[in-house]
Design a binder for this molecule. Structure first.
Ligand code: ATP
Ligand code: MG
Length: 190
C-alpha cells in the first residue's frame, strides 16, 4: 500500500503534483480542499459551515475534518494506496491519520514537503485568483492563510521528521523536474 502525504504551503503545487502522481502510480486522491469546495457548490450544511472558515482563511475544525477524511477513505474500494492532499494540516490531524491507518494495518509511506519561497506563493495564488476565481485567492485572505500555515501546519515538518517519513522537495523551477524529484522519492519507498 502506497500512502503519500503531499505537503506544503498554500499554492505550493500540491494539487498539480497529486494529479501527476495519480496518473503514474494509479492510487486514489483525497484533496480536502476539493471535497469542501464541492460541498459549498452543492449548498450542503457542511458546505455552509466550511465556507465561513475558508473565506476567513481559517482551518475547518479538526473533528469535522477528521470525520470527512475517514468517510472518504472508506469510500475507496480495492485501493492500491492514497495520496493525501491538504491533510493533515494540524498536529491533531496527523495523529488522527496515523491512528486511522494503523487500524487498517497501514501507515504513511512518505511525506513530501513541497518547499516554495513565499514571494512565489503570493504570485501564484494571486494569478490563480484571477484565472480560476477561487474566492480565497485574494491578497488579504492569502496573507491570513500563510499565517495559519506557519503557526498551525508548518510544525508538521518536525512531526514527520520524527516519524521518519519526511522528504524535502524543491517545489519551484521546471514542473517536470519537480515531478522527477517526487518520483525518485516515491520509488525509494514503493
Ligand atoms: P494548494 O494550492 O497547494 O492546493 P491551498 O491551501 O491553496 O493548497 P486547499 O488545500 O484547497 O488550498 O484548501 C483550501 C481551504 O480549505 C483551506 O484554506 C482551509 O480553510 C480548508 N481546508 C482544506 N483542508 C483542510 C484541513 N485538512 N483542515 C482544515 N481545513 C482545511
Ligand atoms: Mg489544492
Amino acid at each position: 500500500m502506497l500512502n503519500i502525504v503531499i505537503f506544503g504551503a498554500p499554492g505550493s503545487g500540491k494539487g498539480t503534483q497529486s494529479e501527476m502522481i495519480v496518473e503514474k502510480y494509479g492510487i486514489n486522491h483525497i484533496s480536502t480542499g476539493d471535497v469542501l469546495r464541492a460541498e459549498i457548490k452543492n449548498g450542503t450544511e457542511l458546505g455552509k459551515t466550511a465556507k465561513g472558515y475558508i473565506d476567513q482563511g481559517q482551518l475547518i475544525p479538526d473533528e469535522l475534518m477528521i470525520d470527512i477524511l475517514a468517510s472518504t477513505l472508506d469510500s475507496f474500494k480495492d485501493r492500491k494506496g492514497v495520496i493525501f492532499d491538504g491533510f493533515p494540516r494540524t498536529i491533531a490531524q496527523a495523529d488522527a491519520l496515523k491512528a486511522m491507518l494503523a487500524e487498517r494495518n497501514e501507515e504513511v509511506s512518505i511525506m513530501l514537503d513541497l518547499d516554495v519561497p513565499e514571494e512565489e506563493l503570493m504570485t501564484r495564488l494571486i494569478k490563480r485568483g484571477i484565472e480560476a476565481g477561487r474566492a480565497d485567492d485574494n491578497e488579504e485572505t492569502i496573507k491570513k492563510r500563510l499565517l495559519v500555515y506557519h503557526s498551525q501546519t508548518a510544525p508538521l515538518i518536525d512531526w514527520y521528521k520524527q516519524d521518519g517519513k519526511y522528504q524535502h522537495i524543491k517545489g519551484y523551477g521546471v514542473l517536470a523536474e519537480i515531478f522527477a524529484d517526487v518520483c525518485k522519492a516515491i520509488d525509494k519507498v514503493k
